[in-house]
Design a protein around this ligand. Sequence first.
Ligand code: ABU
Length: 884
Amino acid sequence: MRLNLLFLSIAVAVGLAVAVFGPPHMSNPLLTKDDNVLHIAGIFPIGGKGGWQGGQACQPAARLALEDVNNRTDLLPGFILKLHWNDSECEPGLGASVMYNLLYNKPQKLMLLAGCSTVCTTVAEAAKMWNLVVLCYGASSPALSDRNRFPTLFRTHPSATVHNPTRIKLMEKFGWSRVAILQQAEEVFISTVEDLEARCKEAGIEIVTRQSFLSDPTDAVRNLRRQDARVIVGLFYVVAARRVLCEVYKHKLYGKSYVWFFIGWYEDDWFEQNLEKEKINCTREQMRIAAEGHLTTEALMWNQNNQRTLSGMTSDDFRIRLNEALKKENYDIDNMRYPEGYQEAPLAYDAVWAVALAFNKTMEKLDRVGKSLKNFTYTDKETADDIYSAINSTQFLGVSGHVAFSSQGDRIALTQIEQMIDGKYVLLGYYDTQSDNLTWNNKEKWIGGKVPQDRTIVRTVLRTVSLGLFISMGTVSVVGILWAIALIVFNILHRHRKVIETSHPVCNTIMLVGVCLCLGSVFLLGLDGRFVESESYPAVCQARAWILTLGFTLGYGAMFSKVWRVHRLTTKSKQDGKVKKVEPWKLYWMVGGFLIVDIILMLCWQIIDPLQRSIEIFPLEDPSSTDDDIKIRPELEHCESHHNNVWLGILCGYKGLILIFGLFLAYETRSIKVKQINDSRYVGMAIYNVVVLCLITAPVIMVIASQQDASFAFEALAIIFCCFLSMALVFVPKIAEIIQHPRDKVEAKYNTDAGVSKEDEDRYHSLLAENDELQKLISAKEEKIRILKIKLQERESMKSSGTDGTAPSAAEGMNEPICLGAGGVRNNLIPARTYLGNAAGAQPEPAGLILPDPFTTNSDSAIGPISGYTRSSQSDFEFSESYL
Ligand code: ABU
């Protein structure tokens, strides 16, 4: 009966213990007497879907540590440690709930173990309310180093900031000064990035972009590509890391041009795991390709020296024991399939040892004052402070290395650097932040055979006018200049010949000088960075502007002044009814006036706001024939002032007015020929040509200014065309005349405008024939008159012989109205009404008309074949139908 009661009471106690402490697997089987048990609470992330599920390996490691601690007689003598734990799934909400359950359910807990930064943050912030020390075996968040926020927190896991000096060291080693950051939006990574940014700034490394994402990294990765990120630090949990890697593959942010820094605590085959389960849209092979070459940095979590540690084990011994424990939990360790948290397992193991050592120290202290840890309550601040001090001063050699805590409660650790080479992590070296010592194995391997660049190397290429085009335009211009010089010589040599003299040879020479300047400006337009240093370019800009402006003014101004004078002559003469003489100085003064305005404008422009070299930058282009990771940035030189549009507006407005006015004058005087300026109509044609070309060219050049070849060709051709055509129109008739009629006598009848058409020639011949017939008629009539006269005289003589016998005087006969002219002139004069009809608006002169010889007559006396009417042999104007 008593035995039954004993069993019953044991059963009830066990039942109660199960109810209070959790499922049977959580309780220590060594536990016998609750009085001798020191209870600690544990929160392990195991079954969650995101974050860090490191409890999978850390919980078995903690269990091993409890076994080892409890087996030690020199540690916590008379007491055993018992761990009460539950799964937080790395969810802060669930973690808080687990914590409340563990704390509010008996027995009293003395300390809290936690893993996963998000959960640690939540519980460590709350634990101070229960005067509980929290020891995090798996939390890397730098935010946890804030003693004000987490006054009772310690951790065996190093802060994620320990990676940052290592990353900076590597960036400096490989010469990367431009990096990007991709982070998951969790406090652990946000605070790591803040620290990284500060360190980058200190080291002079530019952070080109910082992209973050909650769960889908697609846009963030795309943005990295847009920003031309090449060296990218990625901070995220492993589930997110797989998504990122798949996006990296899709957006082609891998290979010889990219370097990724990933966190080193993922499992070795993290990029191939759970792809189907997590619905990752990439194959294993694609993930492998994208992962190749990435670097990892991680704090050392396994003792490297294989020394015997406090537990009596080396880290290899620990590995064997842990592997055995994990195999019992059905993990496929033999095939290197490790559970999450395998890397951090030594930290969990050492965390339990640190707790034991701290409790041991506290117990000794409490013993001295007659207190016991057993009596700790959540309101016992004094004991809590003792526990805090004990753990703060705890130091030992654990399986994770030397365990010690900084004033912030952080673990001090070395970092290791690895690279994925051919799908396997290869250890590249270690970095000791404290001593700034990098141990490097020289095992790094880059996909392209060389260290990737941290940016696209942009090569600036100056767009220049193609050499062939420049040479061909230059050649034509040289020919034009030589031709203009030859014409100047011709013009001077024959200046006394009527044909040249009446065309105002000085004006012609001015025009030809203008042509030479304009053609010379073609060279300046083609002078660019190929020939001229950038420092000398502004001088070229100014020379271009001056020479083209002055050349235009001389060339066009000379022609303009001619049509202007013609127009003035016609209008003045109509008003005065007098014959006007053209004063040559008036022509020169007009050109001079234009020149003065030009010089004033140009001086103002070049003094106030001089033309400078400006650069137009085009979008980046791929190089045509190179494997190098470069881009081409085309640039084009322009000549511009600060207020370029204002100056161009003023100059073009002024020139435009002269052009339009010249066009108007040329049109107005199109049918007028004056003997004082014998080539005015050809000049008018040249003006048409110049105006039309200028009005077309100016806007087109503005539109195509970014295409150096097209705009140069267009501009050069317009200048060349204007110059050649003007020279041809003004000089070819003169040359032809001088060649055909070497002597001035013949030339006296020259009219440079007297172009003879077939129609005119026919008309001339028909007039000649008609004239012949009329002459015959006249002859017949005269004959008849003569006969009649004779008859009359005979009759008179008969009469006089019969009556008074007086003979008529010769003068009487000459005064007959039928007589059209006197003597030899008669044959050349016929009444206008008789054979020409009456030209519109032209009143026939009583003196009669001159039948012209269209090939020899001059403007003084000619009715050209296209002329309808000439007032007299001294006429100043001729009104033609049109030469248009
Ligand atoms: N090494 C695991 C860290 C996990 C965490 O900080 O949440």
